[in-house]
Ligand binder design. Structure first.
Ligand code: CS2
Length: 521
């Protein structure tokens, strides 16, 4: 069997741009999925190569399964990016990942890393649902995982991890931190700051809660479980006085004042890696890479230039550092991501396995173009230097890349948290302007039918992979008759549609029209 990629087996001609052994850790990344490895890690490595700076190695944290650690650890953190465009694929081995961990296995280590004075930046790609926010923003304090973190167990949620790390920094004087969200959310930086502030406020009001039936905090004092990442007993021993939740809340609130949360817009299509990709990479590399990621040639990162301390010189690697990310982010979410979601639902329903197949369907391609030109573009103020028409064309060309097997099912995932960000802002803006957002509504109708029928045109199952799957199924099964029944049942899900939107007559009738046409399709 072919040898596996590692620092020992790495063929010299494939050496990363910087020598990984010379890198120390300066970045913690939460959410070590394929996207981070094909995007921010690539920029970070390039920046290090351009500047010769050695302080920006990455400590990557997977939030759930141990599979990424199992892929990367035996390879000394090395992995490759297989770029698939219209020409023959190219490959690059990345060496900026210097440490890998799995949060549930080592929560204390994650907190310690965030609190490390050498760490100046925490980046995040934890997906929409990873933030545990309520519709419209703000922390979901009813979320049992958030409650458990607030009660003082070693943190498992992203917000809990950041909070514990920031509290520790306040205690040790580790200096201010920059927390950089790289998820597809509106104003992702301020959005995350608000969650952290909500957490701090909730921490201040925690008095007695129970975890697994045990009371862990009483009268603001801790018992039994360790608080915020420490092994049980450690905090009690080290800071026995002053560890009440009120004090923790005050420390967190104080530390948040100096913490920066810049917004950022990220863009690169990164489909799930397949066996065929791994075989192709092995042929090129001469060794097996179990941690391979695949991406399109296009790569873009626009970052709000608002950092608390030092940062990698990402602009040297092609990132754009700017005062205002909002117009970039809005254009990307409403044009690219919205169209992506529409193709995923309408394409999935028509039986297309990949986005490239869906966008080759003449009707769907036409609808995708119209979604952008008719419904989205009128809502946008383009950033300087971006031609929206050309951008729309390039988005469709990128989707059509036949070498990327980006599955419609992958993009269709988590619709309940993606739709509000990608499509409902456009719908609202158009309704307010007195216009009829017909195609955007058809995209939302596509999601409703996808969820409710669970079958494509060929009778194959369309799996429902969504954090609110139970609620969505319940709405679909309890729906009244006909298209109107389904639309009304889905519109009543207030975690997706706010009251005002749900009550909008124009939107409702556009949805009914869309659902009817899809059901008879
Ligand atoms: C996609 C995005 O999976 C999805 O929902 O729309 O991951 C998309 O590929 C990226 O945002 C492109 O930058």
């Amino acid at each position: 069997m072919m040898e596996r990629l590692s620092s020992r087996s790495l063929p010299v001609e494939w050496a990363p741009e910087v020598d990984p052994r010379g890198l120390s850790i300066g970045i913690v990344h939460l959410g070590l999925g394929a996207f981070h490895r094909a995007h921010q890690a690539v920029f970070t490595e390039r920046a290090a190569a351009m500047t010769g700076e050695s302080r920006w190695g990455i400590s990557g944290v997977s939030q759930r399964s141990a599979s990424v650690r199992q892929q990367l650890a035996p390879q000394d953190g090395l992995y490759s990016v297989l770029t698939r465009g219209l020409d023959s694929p190219s490959l690059q081995v990345i060496g900026s990942m210097r440490e890998v961990s799995t949060a549930p296995e080592a929560p204390a280590a994650v907190v310690a890393r965030i609190a490390d004075p050498a760490v100046a930046v925490v980046t995040l790609t934890v997906t929409e649902k990873g933030y545990r926010a309520v519709a419209g923003g703000g922390l979901d304090l009813a979320d049992p995982e958030i409650q458990a973190d607030l009660a003082g167990r070693p943190p498992r949620t992203v917000v809990g991890q950041l909070a514990a790390g920031l509290i520790r920094r306040a205690e040790t004087g580790a200096g201010p931190l920059t927390v950089l969200s790289c998820d597809n959310l509106v104003a992702n930086g301020p959005f995350l700051r608000r969650l952290m502030e909500d957490y701090a406020a909730a921490l201040g009001s925690v008095r007695s809660r129970s975890v697994d039936g045990r009371s862990v905090l009483e009268d603001g004092r801790q018992s039994k479980l360790g608080t915020h990442g420490e092994p049980a007993g450690e905090r009690a021993g080290v800071v026995a006085i002053g560890s009440s939740s009120g004090n923790l809340a005050a420390r967190l609130a104080g530390q948040l004042e100096s913490t920066r949360f810049p917004a950022s817009m990220v863009d690169r299509i990164v489909p799930a890696t397949t066996d065929a990709d791994r075989e192709e990479a092995a042929r090129l590399l001469g060794v097996r890479d179990e941690a391979l990621v695949v991406a399109e040639p296009f790569i873009q990162w626009v970052i709000e230039d608002d950092f608390a301390g030092a940062r990698p010189a990402w602009e040297r690697a092609g990132a754009v550092l700017t005062e205002d990310v909002a117009p970039w982010e809005q254009a990307k979410l409403r044009m690219l991501n919205a169209t992506h979601s529409m193709l995923a639902y309408l394409g999935g329903l028509r039986g297309y396995e990949t986005i490239a197949e869906a966008v080759r369907d003449v009707e769907l391609a036409e609808l995708a173009g119209e979604l952008m030109t008719r419904d989205v573009v009128p809502t946008l103020t383009p950033p300087e230097g971006l031609d929206l028409a050309a951008y729309g064309t390039s988005v469709l060309e990128r989707f059509a890349n036949p070498a990327l097997k980006h599955r419609t099912a992958q993009v269709a995932m988590d619709g309940s948290v993606k739709l509000p960000v990608r499509l409902l802002g456009t719908v609202r803006d158009r309704l307010e302007a007195g216009a009829e957002p017909r195609i955007a509504s058809l995209a939302v109708a596509g999601w409703m039918v996808y969820v409710a029928t669970g079958r494509d045109a060929n009778g194959r199952e369309l799996a429902l992979d969504d954090p609110q799957a139970a609620r969505l199924r319940e709405a679909a099964t309890s729906a009244g008759p006909g298209a109107a029944g389904l639309v009304d049942a889905m519109l009543s899900i207030e975690t997706v549609f706010d009251k005002e939107l749900a009550a909008d007559k124009v939107f409702r009738s556009l949805l009914i029209e869309g659902v009817s046409s899809l059901q008879s399709d």
